[in-house]
Design a binder for this molecule. Structure first.
Ligand SMILES: [Zn+2]
Length: 169
């Protein structure tokens, strides 16, 4: 999570420099609003960084991160997926999308069910390392997570631990 957050910070710093906007100025906020309005023109880390700088007019949370049902947040959270997802070198196609979805869900767990959050948190290190589960593997992990107790869903911290918990049942 920290590594991706740092990447988003750097992506935003580069975008600020490209547009000649200084951090902490109204120009930065204007650029963030421009990016949020045209996510398809920017890389997803830039879009996420821009949303973080904008406050939701309804709930006051960083735009797109409020509770589900907040209109502007739901709209921004849906639109964020229009952003560009450029696969890193030497990873499977669509890996960047998997990284991005897992990061987004893990960052905003209150917007998703606990088992969905658990699955994304466990997969994030894998997909960030460039590995992609097969469909069968993903379905198997989902079944194992469905078999956990609520407390285990909260505490399980790795795919290895998930497999150990499942083996004990
Ligand atoms: Zn909101």
């Amino acid at each position: 999570m920290a590594a991706i957050a740092a990447e988003a910070d750097r992506a935003w710093e580069r975008t600020l420099a490209e547009w000649g906007a200084a951090p902490g100025t109204p120009a930065e906020r204007d650029l963030a609003a421009l990016v949020a309005d045209a996510p398809d023109r920017f890389e997803w880390r830039v879009v996420d960084a821009a949303l973080d700088l904008l406050a939701c007019p309804d709930c006051g949370a960083p735009l797109g991160s409020g509770e589900r049902g907040c209109g502007p947040c739901d709209l921004a959270d849906g639109n964020r997926y229009a952003a560009r997802e450029v696969d890193r070198p030497a990873v499977a196609p669509r890996n960047e999308h998997a990284v991005r979805v897992a990061w987004t869900v893990a960052r905003h767990p209150h917007r998703y069910g606990p088992r969905a959050v658990c699955g994304m948190e466990l997969s994030l290190p894998e997909v960030y390392a460039g590995r992609m589960p097969t469909t069968a593997q993903a379905q198997a992990y989902r079944r194992l997570i469905d078999g956990l107790t609520d407390a285990q869903v909260e505490s399980v911290a790795s795919l290895d631990e998930l497999l150990r918990l499942a083996a004990r049942r």
